[in-house]
Write a protein that binds this ligand. Structure first.
Ligand code: SAM
Length: 266
């Protein structure tokens, strides 16, 4: 865990736990059947099962599903939680009966799946009538230069004070250009743009909620290395708070969105 955000509980609280709170607040009802697509190490599926829902988590990566299963098997709440099952599967090739699930959840995976309309149609067919789609996703094509400039300033300041493990360019213009390039195109060959995801979401589901959230700070937290944990925690809270402020005042364009919609009739 030492190279990930999971190295510190206070970083989890400002990132993964925050995302999970959004998901949890999108779900109403008891003992629901939930499918999580691209569940990764399964922390959301596990928490949802602990809330007594029956959960299936699928992920294409067998190594990551091994971690999810290991965590599941050592869960101290296993006797009181709902059913929990993880499968190694590519969602494109995975089948289950139509109308099986109350909730289908995508957390930070839809951007990665080519043909999002096809993917979302399939997710829709797996939902029961009035079932709910919950999608938490980032859209890096929304990153603007102001956000990249703000990020560069934080990264470079941390680096100059020995608190950062990567090395942004010494030249501010080049540093900002690099952030823009890397986040837009450097991540993957394929990455869905915001509109490519938003359109099918809006067309296939009745929108119940749509909101934007902090996400730029995740990248900073990943590379931040401050030996004094109290200082690191205070700085992490400051960066997270600043990002929220800049989003709220419209100074920077946020990239993480939260969409909740119900299955619209055909
Ligand atoms: C950024 S991780 C997100 C993990 C977790 N949902 C979260 O929010 O932390 C994206 C996950 O989607 C998985 N994934 C990518 N393509 C997939 C596919 N076609 N079918 C199933 N899982 C896929 C990846 O293996 C990875 O674990």
């Amino acid at each position: 865990m030492k190279d990930s955000l999971w190295r510190q509980p206070y970083l989890i609280d400002l990132t993964y736990a925050d995302n999970f709170r959004l998901v949890k607040n999108s779900i109403r009802g008891r003992n629901l059947r939930i499918l999580e697509i691209g569940c990764g190490t399964g922390f959301m599926s596990l928490e949802l099962a602990r809330m007594s829902h029956d959960v299936v988590g699928i992920d294409i990566d067998d190594r990551i599903i091994r971690i999810a299963r290991r965590t599941m098997e050592t869960d101290p709440y296993s006797k009181t939680r709902g059913d929990l099952r993880y499968e190694v599967a590519d969602f494109n090739k995975w089948f289950d009966a139509p109308g099986t699930y109350d909730i289908v959840l995508f957390s930070r995976v839809l951007h990665d799946l080519p043909h999002p309309r096809k993917i979302l149609s399939k997710a829709r067919s797996l939902l029961k009538n009035n079932g709910r789609l919950v999608c938490l996703e980032y859209a890096y094509d929304r990153m603007n230069r102001r956000a990249a400039t703000w990020l560069y300033q934080i990264q470079r300041t941390l680096e100059l004070t020995d608190g950062y493990s990567s090395h942004p360019s010494e030249n501010p213009r080049e540093g900002v250009d690099n952030i823009m390039k890397e986040d837009l195109y450097g991540r993957k060959e394929h990455i869905n743009k915001f509109e490519e995801m938003r359109h099918p979401l809006e067309q296939l589901f009745h929108r119940e909620r749509f909101s934007w959230h902090c996400y730029y700070c995740w990248g900073v937290f990943s590379d931040m290395r401050i030996h004094d944990w109290n200082r690191e925690k205070a700085l992490a809270r400051l960066f997270r708070g600043m990002e929220q402020l800049l989003i709220d005042s419209g100074e920077i364009q946020p990239v993480l969105f939260h969409f909740v919609g119900t299955k619209a009739s055909a």
